[in-house]
Design a binder for this molecule. Structure first.
Ligand code: M6R
Length: 612
């Protein structure tokens, strides 16, 4: 949450920072600001709203500077307004800070500073930090770098920060703990950003700062130290990301582009792993652990939101194929309820961003108890990917729309491969089934392409339900997590209240909601619970509910019972979520567009939830 961009070098800083902030708007978009340093001193410009509102504010101003910092905010402390927007000045306005994260002990620091006469302009925790740093520098007469280190030793919480100082126009100081920060290394220029997207068009050489590291750029030189001032060797990596991957490519929204990318992203998540011709499946990242995994007594899966839903799908698949007991936990609950974790447990952490604070804390807890941790992350080099013992990247490519779509199907594809590989190793599936699953999995990208051809039909259905006030999503077995995911997609981008339920649970309560105004989406593909879900559809129709059903191609029964039908191709039961989730993504997308919502940046949300 919150996006950071900073630059020092020979280019015009302001346009570069604004462009970068637009790329990071998925991280927060309630206000934005820049601080620029030039002959006239340190100037801050900030504005409530999107980066484009800031841009309008900046028109006709002299913004010439080759050093600057910028921020796009997702509010935690203090409402979204001009004053609470970042950057924040220090007490004497000699320093400015941008911050992503939460300073948990900000109040005690603030009280002490107030007693010393500091005057605060905003309600933010971030402003307290820059005052605190300036105060230390003045009291101890030390360098800014030293003051940053001393201050951070006192800080409780999470941060990625960048500081700019009027006293030294060639200098930027950055630090991180539990919030991401990437440094781009160019020719006599340096970039700082929350992820690599603002950087890639200038340099592919990046350094992912580690927790408790402080980076200092001064007169074109980069130095990294830890909080104890021990020099740290910078590890420069080459970015593999291409610019086209983070642009809309002709689509109206990133979300639509990402939905339509799924034939490719699912194929990418199998690339180099499934070899259909040779009938083999290999997950390089897990190979050292396969013997231990074959003996696993229990797997715990942790995640949040959509990633948690992917975990629920995986639970069914692991238990069905590998016959290993699986528990799926909300990371936010798991970390605080003193869970029983054994040293022989395997924990799988699922996260698109790889930065979700609760998931990160959950795996740190499990690690401290001796469990083996695997990551299923999309963002390469992310905190969760680095914190785990091993894992498999989803390779879905950058997902920019706040609503997760291609990340979900890529997560499910990777988890399915893990389950098949472990089941094969354990001997809990026959060679014949193993080979069949590899064939069926390989056919999924092309079948997803087929589902996407129904987009216009789904748009028509969405039009009919644009003004619905509620939705219910029902599914059984593997389609139950798909129902949860469909409901989450709809509510987060259209702001329509939607509930997902196991279809059989309906008669224990939700059926009371059914009347002619209640749209009910049944995910009713042909699988082992088909007859049962047909009965559930009848129960809804008997109460005049309006039913949209996702069915298997060629189904002749359900289309005669329901109001609207969307077909998906036939596949093996365990692979159905990879197909049945796609129409639900499109349905929520079109409903949200017709309601005039900001699909890629829905209100109150951010793509990367780095606060708990
Ligand atoms: O980056 P993560 O996968 O860890 O994010 C977890 C959730 O915040 C995320 O899936 C969220 O629920 C999405 N907005 C859902 O579309």
């Amino acid at each position: 949450m919150c996006g950071i961009v900073a630059y020092v070098g020979h280019r015009e800083a302001c346009p570069l920072i604004l462009k970068g902030l637009k790329r990071l708007e998925y991280r927060g978009y309630d206000s934005a600001g820049v601080a620029l340093l030039n002959g006239e001193g340190l100037k801050i410009y900030k504005k409530k709203g999107k980066v484009v509102d800031l841009e309008n504010e900046l028109q006709n101003k002299d913004l010439h500077a080759t050093v600057g910092i910028g921020h796009t905010r997702w509010a935690t402390h203090g409402e979204p307004n001009d004053v609470n927007a970042h950057p924040h000045y220090s007490n004497h306005k000699k320093l400015a800070i941008i911050h992503n994260g939460i300073i948990e002990n900000y109040d005690s620091l603030k009280q002490a500073l107030l007693k010393k006469g500091h005057e605060f302009r905003s309600q933010t925790d971030s402003e307290v930090l820059v005052h605190f740093i300036e105060d230390i520098q003045q009291e101890t007469n030390c360098s800014l770098e030293e003051a940053v280190r001393l201050a951070l030793q006192e800080v409780v919480g999470a941060y990625a920060i960048v500081l700019i100082s009027e006293d030294d126009p060639t200098q930027l100081i950055a630090a991180r703990k539990s919030s991401p920060l990437v440094i781009g290394v160019g020719e006599n220029e340096f970039f700082f950003a929350s992820d690599a997207t603002p950087i890639i068009e200038y340099t592919k050489d990046v350094i992912y700062l580690d927790d408790n590291q402080v980076a200092l750029v001064r007169q074109g030189e980069l130095k990294i130290v830890n909080l104890e001032n021990e020099r740290q060797a910078p590890y420069i990596q080459k970015l593999e990301l291409e610019l086209e991957a983070i642009e809309k490519g002709g689509y109206d929204h990133f979300m639509l582009k990402e939905i339509f990318e799924q034939p490719r992203s699912i194929a990418d998540s199998m690339r180099g792993r499934v070899n259909r011709e040779e009938g083999t499946l290999q997950l390089g990242g897990l190979s050292d652990y396969m013997d231990k995994l074959a003996e696993a007594k229990r797997i715990i899966i942790v995640g949040c939101g959509t990633s948690w839903h992917a975990g629920l799908v995986a639970e069914y698949i692991f238990e069905e194929l590998a016959r290993i007991p699986v528990e799926v936990e909300y990371a936010s609950e798991f970390r605080y309820r003193n869970p029983i974790i054994n040293a022989d447990d395997f924990v799988i952490a699922i996260s698109q961003s790889g930065e979700t604070a609760d998931t990160l804390a959950a795996i740190q807890l499990a690690k401290s108890k001796g469990a083996t941790i695997f990551g299923v992350c999309n963002v390469v080099g992310s905190s969760i990917a680095r914190e785990t013992h091993a894992g498999a990247y989803t390779h879905a490519g950058p997902e920019i729309g706040v609503a997760s779509t291609k990340a979900f199907t890529a997560q499910v594809t990777v988890l399915t491969q893990m389950a098949i590989a472990i089941a094969h190793k354990r001997g809990s599936i026959t060679e014949e089934l193993y080979q069949q699953l590899l064939l069926d999995l390989s056919a999924i990208p092309q079948k997803v392409g087929q589902v996407l051809k129904a987009a216009d039909r789904i748009k028509e259905i969405a039009y009919i339900f644009t003004y619905a006030r509620n939705f219910i999503y029902l599914g059984r077995g593997l389609n139950f997590p798909v129902a949860l995911e469909g409901a989450l997609k709809l509510k987060e981008i259209s702001y329509i209240h939607a509930e997902g339920y196991p279809a059989a649970e309906m008669k224990h309560g939700p059926i009371a909601l059914i009347d002619e105004d209640m749209p009910v989406v049944f995910i009713a593909t042909k699988d082992s619970s088909y007859e049962k879900i047909v009965s559930n559809i009848q129960e809804v129709k008997a109460r005049k509910g309006r039913v949209i059903a996702i069915v298997t191609e060629g189904d002749e029964l359900i289309p005669n019972m329901v109001d609207f039908v969307i077909e998906v191709p036939e596949t093996h039961d365990i692979l159905i979520p990879l197909l049945s989730s796609i129409p639900l993504q499109l349905l929520s997308y079109y409903v949200a567009v017709m309601r005039g919502r900001n699909v890629d940046q829905p209100r109150n949300l951010a793509k990367s939830v780095t606060v708990e």
